[in-house]
Ligand binder design. Sequence first.
Ligand SMILES: [Zn+2]
Length: 356
Amino acid sequence: MPNPLTPQVLVDPVALTRALVDIESVSGNEKEIADAVQEVLEACAHLRVERIGHTVIARTELGRPQRVVLAGHLDTVPLADNFPSTVDDKIMWGCGTSDMKSGTAIALHLAVTCPDPRYDVTYFFYECEEVEAARNGLKIVGDQRPELLEADFAVLLEPTYGIVEAGCQGTMRARVRTTGVRAHAARSWLGDNAIHKAGEVLRRLSDYRAREVEIDGCRYREGLNAVAVSGGVAGNVIPDACEIEVNFRFAPDRSEEQAATHLREVFGGYEIEITDSAPGALPGLSAPPAAEFLALTGATPAAKLGWTDVARFAALGIPALNFGPGDPNLAHKRDEHVELDKIEAGADLLRRWLAD
Ligand SMILES: [Zn+2]
């Protein structure tokens, strides 16, 4: 089959978005789209191209003093009667239009059409962002070839509706346990009810005052919430165990360790097990390429509330932000779509930043 990413398509970020959307690439099925992307990148004399799994990496090697990253994932969530794309004169609908083939298209468009950028650029077109972390293409690159991630600044073209979202909150899950003594419900005084003791844990949660912090002009709002409760043995048994699962979203001025210590303080006196965690990312927007990028956008950055691959770069000490044409509120939805002029505006801004 001929490559749909023709030269006429590659020079037009809107047409390129549509072409990428129309190659189905639900996570795990990125071979075809990665092949197409790799082929057009390999045709560019100014890029050195490598592939790891279905992640394609293209680098300029111009000896510039600074290197920046532009990254977009190739995969989408499962289709929902929204494939292939449809388009009118303002909007394109379809799976991945917002999250994030419109952003990925901008990166690919620049990779091909910007042979002489003012920074050296590493482009990542990566697999499996929408599924468990172990399969994430950027994680795999970081594990196998960490030097490929090295840069002074990274832009992930995840949907932000054309604003800059910097840093991201960390997330931690934990189980808080109460214990008691099992007994027959008819002789309950012989037992000690672990579910009743959960009341105090829940009270601490409802009394909890979440912190708000401002870092580099971005406002982060933390949250500590119960997300599940389990307990109970049978209808005639005083339960001897109860578990409250909590989720803590923490601002990036706390490390994972500090977040865990905080949870141990909040739930002092109870057994607590941290079951999962991912660090936040400081916005770090004072690095020169970041500052130049922000000056061009002319807007104050907002804090990113969810966890994104920005944190992967931040963990390596590389300031990173999200900037993409899609609307994050439309991601993963049946009526997912993107505004065509947001794609044009995003491509323009990044071109002015890179090509000067
Ligand atoms: Zn995404």
